[in-house]
Design a protein around this ligand. Structure first.
Ligand SMILES: NC(=O)c1ccc[n+]([C@@H]2O[C@H](COP(=O)([O-])OP(=O)(O)OC[C@H]3O[C@@H](n4cnc5c(N)ncnc54)[C@H](O)[C@@H]3O)[C@@H](O)[C@H]2O)c1
Length: 337
């Protein structure tokens, strides 16, 4: 039976990945330092004996090295990171610490571990910066990050690449587009809008809401990550995207539509409210994901209407997810200079 470590496993993508790995009968060790975005609720119903959790910071090299010797993983999915662009604008220290130094520390533990282990390092399309229409960035597109968050992710990608070239570690780097789905911290667009609709609050959107992102349902991303563990080529990078770009305003209207279809009364204060743009805000990200489609046969399965409906249903049925989080952490606008 294959054994996997998932770092950042109490976060949004990590918790969905752990559920998928367990459903495929793999053994999983979740390593998370329980940062502000970690949600115990995300895995509170998991009783599978193949699942374990250890509270460890990936910066703690000696503990990670001990865990590698003890758990003997076949693969490590590295999702531990600070992830909110607006927070990185206010203070980038944690992004440097967790995303760059944390990745470096993890790489050192892998380098000095005597056994074979494959690292899947999860990164973002934001490393490519703004991509003008009609272009879509391929894996060899130049990195041009615009925020401290995307710069820290770009740095970690370069570090992983350098450890493959220099120390011959086995690693694959993935660049994925905007994920949406259950269990996402409500500082991000989709769960924030859902929270505000449920709680009769305005729906703030940057500038005119026209910024374009490629939206992928989280389970489609997680399926791609598992495929890449088994079939990805060591030392290579893979884009993971749905191929479908939507503006933020389109996404908000889809969410409102999903509420209306459920015949839920929407409060009077629920109105789109245009707010001052985020500093350095990239207008458009768009990936060319032909490589993973052609070489691995991966395809995203969830279209945006079905995905948003599933997502809205999950948050409506799991309102405890929101009530477990301190409002101070997601109500106030961040990233204003
Ligand atoms: N969410 C997206 O749309 C998206 C898209 C592409 C790539 N990614 C990447 O996927 C990864 C996961 O993103 P997410 O949205 O699930 O983030 P998230 O903020 O929901 O979760 C991050 C998790 O990492 C943990 N963590 C942070 N620093 C740590 C450390 N030093 N040691 C151990 N654990 C630590 C946190 O406690 C949290 O549980 C990130 O690397 C992110 O850059 C996210």
């Amino acid at each position: 039976m294959k054994r996997f470590i998932v770092t950042g496993g109490y976060g949004f993508i990590g918790s969905n990945l752990i559920r998928l790995l367990l459903s495929k009968n793999y053994k999983v060790l979740n390593i998370d330092n329980l940062n502000y975005s970690a949600q115990k609720y995300n895995l509170s119903d998991v009783t599978n004996k193949n699942y374990k959790f250890e509270k460890i910071d990936i910066n703690n090299k000696s503990r990670i090295s001990k865990i590698l010797k003890k758990f003997k993983p076949h693969g490590i999915f590295n999702l531990a990171a600070d992830t909110h662009v607006d927070r990185s604008i206010d203070n980038s220290y944690n992004f440097i610490k967790n995303n760059i130094l944390g990745c470096y520390s993890l790489l050192e533990s892998i380098r000095t571990y005597k056994k074979k282990v494959r690292l899947i390092h999860i990164s973002t399309d934001e490393v490519f910066g703004d991509v003008a229409l009609p272009k879509r960035s391929r894996e060899d597109h130049a990195y041009s990050p615009s925020s401290p968050y995307s710069a820290s992710k770009a740095s970690s990608d370069h570090l992983v690449n350098s450890y493959v070239r220099t120390y011959k570690i086995d690693a694959v780097i993935t660049n994925c587009s905007n994920n949406y789905g259950p269990r996402q911290f409500p500082e991000k667009l989709v769960p924030k809008m859902i929270y505000n609709i449920i709680n009769n609050r305005p729906l703030p959107v940057y500038a005119k809401g026209k910024n374009s992102r490629e939206w992928i349902y989280v389970d489609d991303h997680c399926e791609a990550l598992i495929k890449l563990f088994f079939k990805g080529k060591s030392g290579e990078k893979y884009n993971i995207g749905s191929g479908k770009n939507c503006s933020n305003i389109f996404i908000i209207k889809k969410i409102l539509g999903a509420f209306k279809n459920k015949k839920i009364n929407i409060g009077k204060k629920v109105k789109i409210q245009f707010i001052k743009d985020r500093p350095g805000h990239d207008f458009r990200y768009a990936l060319n994901s032909n490589k993973i489609k052609k070489s691995l046969g991966w395809r995203p399965k969830t279209d945006i209407t079905k995905g948003i409906t599933k997502t809205v249903n999950w948050y409506i049925n799991n309102q405890k997810f929101f009530s477990n989080i301190s409002k101070k952490l997601f109500i106030k606008r961040l990233g204003v200079l």
